[in-house]
Ligand binder design. Sequence first.
Ligand code: SPV
Ligand code: MG
Length: 562
Amino acid sequence: MNRRTTQLRKLLNSKKSITIVGAHDAISAKLVEEAGFDGVWVSSFGTSAAQKCMPDANVLTMTESLQAASDINQAVSIPVIADCDNGYGNAVNVIRVVKEFEKAGIAGISIEDNPFPKRCSLYPGDGRDLVSIEEMAGRIRAGKKAQTDPDFFIIARTEAFIAGLGIEEALKRANAYADAGADAILIHSKAKSADEVKKFTTMWKRDVPLVAVPTKYGSVTSDELESMGYRIIIFANQPLRASIKAMQETLAILKQKRFPDAANDKIVTLEEVFRLVGQKQMDEIQKEFISSAEEVPTTAVILAAGYEKDLMPLVADRPKTMLEIKGKSILERQISGLKNSGVGRVAVVRGYQSQKINIPNVQYFENERFQDTYILHSLFCAEKVMEGPLLVIYGDILFDDSIITKLLKAQGDIRLVVDRAWRDHYFGNGNGGKAIPKGSELVVTSSMHANNQRFMSPEEPDQITQIGLQRIDTDKATGEFVGIAYFSKKGVQILKEVYHQALKRHASGPFQEAGSIEKASLADIIQEIIDLGHKVNSVDIYKGWLEIDTFEDYKRAWEKVH
Ligand code: SPV
Ligand code: MG
């Protein structure tokens, strides 16, 4: 594993100097990384301001600072150096700091010789008391002893110049901290020019690297500091100040103009935020690991508009979907099965005896022309709720809940439930020669022989190449579409596009096997979708469903259902 500590060491060994930039939160750290800097400085000035809107004076606890540093560390892959102020106390505190920050994967920390609580080095006011050299050296020794990763990097920072103690004191302190084991010495200065920090380098005779923070003497370049001998250069707070300015300007525009778009040229697009936070990667994770992620808000549209005279007098006073089997209608059974399988919303398209369908918590659509139209037209009466993921279910079938679970878990943007046992059902077990009911929709799939033997692995989704009845030679058919279909978001888009194109192209004349588009079945549009080159997958079942087309079917349902 490439530890950030080791990364930092390697970087320092490979370059004359590195420039790291202050971040105040995770997203600013990400921007520092994207801008191409060598590392991130977790500025106590920045995190105090941005996270808590508080002064930089040890007001934030060690735990809060650790949390900020850890968030920042996780947002980037470059090394992070955390500004740990004075170590939040004495050597005892520093030991805990080292353990915690090391555990969080931070590459290194900086500890300064301010007392606790500290006061930001840049705040107005001359002079300050520092802790004794021995006290600070003790913090560094304790920290170095506490680290378990040999590459963990501890910067000792002296505030000798900030306190107005002069170069002799600065050198004395720097030497003592180097002796204590510091990996680098930060010479802080708030002089208006770089002369002070430059002078220091001329008197520094050791090979312990030096660190500079050119905030107040900000006209000096990294290259100039490097040539003076500085190895780590920290631009400590410019991103924080940039964001404050940008927010102030944007807010002023919003206040004045009173509409959000007025600020558009001052702000990044939403897509830029999506990109920075890794929305695409999240979607990929969902696709890879959460098989049902897309299905969470699935809508089911149940098609129950039709009138079938073959079922008279059973359907004299109610639509077929309201036929009761052992005290519960087909529709009630369907809805409870769908809810059990996690389907979020159920819509029913009504037509014949519409007023008889009134189950609560269901959204209703009317196919007022149910007598002149067929299933496809009914489906598009519910177009408003067809956004995907979508289940389309015929209102006259009974099915095991497990079929829906299997369908939702399967692959592909368009999936049809196909009964592979259809041949047995119509021709086997002494049923030989029984006619295939006229509404049956048979399918041919790419990987099945007519004898129902697969020649592809069962894990591969099997594709439907043909669906219908007239066009399919019963000898070639490999299954029967049971009247349950699934469309992903993309699948719904395809369905809608193909349907609306077909409405225009086939305004008159036949459409697939149907006499007209208005009389088209779901199978007709599916065939059109296949003909246009889209994939439609078969989700195989072996029985587990019943269609109520005749009085015989209804009787059988009574026998089978409990
Ligand atoms: C910080 O960025 O928090 C620093 C540098 O410690 S300074 O603000 O200059 O003290
Ligand atoms: Mg600080």
